[in-house]
Design a protein around this ligand. Structure first.
Ligand SMILES: Nc1ncnc2c1ncn2[C@@H]1O[C@H](COP(=O)(O)OP(=O)(O)OP(=O)(O)O)[C@@H](O)[C@H]1O
Length: 256
């Protein structure tokens, strides 16, 4: 399933937030969205997920979601959003229950996603017993359980320490290499963007406009070993963003 964001603009009251955003997310592709604070990255993700409607422009969906997809567009948030009183399997089964899936069928799906996210041994654990990285794995397992066409990931690693982030990045790449999923991935972290993105959409400060779409052809599973080559791209991204990031930062300081 492909998603086309077609000339999307949005304003909240008097504030222009996004302006003329057009790009394509192809099936099996990870598109990263970067840009200064407040430029509209999360807002754009909400439009793609259909949670809100833009002032103008369209989100077009081409093709069908994977067979058996319960929820074609599924979010993964920074704060994991787990129910603290439910075990790991209970958190995953919750979304299946929402779709009326119980018993043996639910167990088979839970087994599968916990195995894929290396959580099989933690099935009965409660969120408070898990590290931040493990909690985010549960959130990823829960997202995978609905067999989504596209995962909408809003800074999924930003609440984690740098070592855990690195481990989860490796896990995401391994997961993608085994079975290609599509994702729209919002991040502030340029190193993450160059490790994960097939395409990186660089937004200007608010109102967010596309400054550049940077494609990276290097296979995802080779990137960890070719960091030096990726650094050139990372520097290019930072050069595109630096002045605007500083201006956005000053703007936030003024408000405070
Ligand atoms: N529901 C809303 N009502 C009014 N204004 C909003 C709403 N949601 C977001 N905004 C404003 O829209 C702008 C873009 O917000 P958004 O959260 O999408 O930016 P962002 O790029 O994701 O920010 P950050 O990088 O800091 O997470 C901000 O100025 C924000 O205050």
């Amino acid at each position: 399933m492909d998603i086309v964001v077609d000339n999307l603009s949005h304003r909240y009251g008097q504030t222009d937030v996004l302006d003329g955003i057009t790009f394509e997310l192809k099936g099996g592709e990870i598109v990263c969205i970067i840009g200064p604070s407040g430029c509209g990255k999360s807002t754009l993700l909400r439009f793609i997920g259909g949670l809100e409607q833009p002032t103008s422009g369209r989100i077009l969906i081409a093709g069908s979601p994977p067979a058996g997809s319960l929820n074609p567009l599924t979010y993964i948030f920074q704060d994991f959003a787990l129910l603290p009183w439910r075990t790991v399997e209970g958190n995953v089964s919750l979304v299946l229950e929402d779709h009326g899936i119980k018993g043996g069928k639910a167990d088979a799906i839970i087994d599968d996603v916990l195995r894929r996210t290396k959580l099989s041994d933690f099935r009965k654990a409660l969120p408070r017993q898990l590290s931040g990285g493990m909690k985010q794995r549960v959130a990823i397992a829960r997202a995978l359980s609905v067999n989504p066409a596209v995962m909408l990931m809003d800074e999924p690693l930003s609440a984690l320490d740098s070592q855990t982030r690195e481990l989860l990045l490796d896990d995401l790449i391994e997961l993608w290499t085994r079975e290609r999923f599509s994702a729209c991935y919002v991040t502030h972290n340029l190193a993450e963007a160059v490790r994960l993105g097939h395409k990186i959409i660089v937004l200007s400060r608010r109102p967010g406009r596309i400054r550049q779409i940077v494609r990276i052809d290097m296979p995802l599973d080779e990137r960890a070993g070719r960091i030096a080559e990726l650094e050139t791209t990372q520097r290019h991204l930072w050069n595109l963003m630096r002045e605007e990031a500083r201006a956005a930062d000053m703007e936030l300081s003024d408000v405070a």
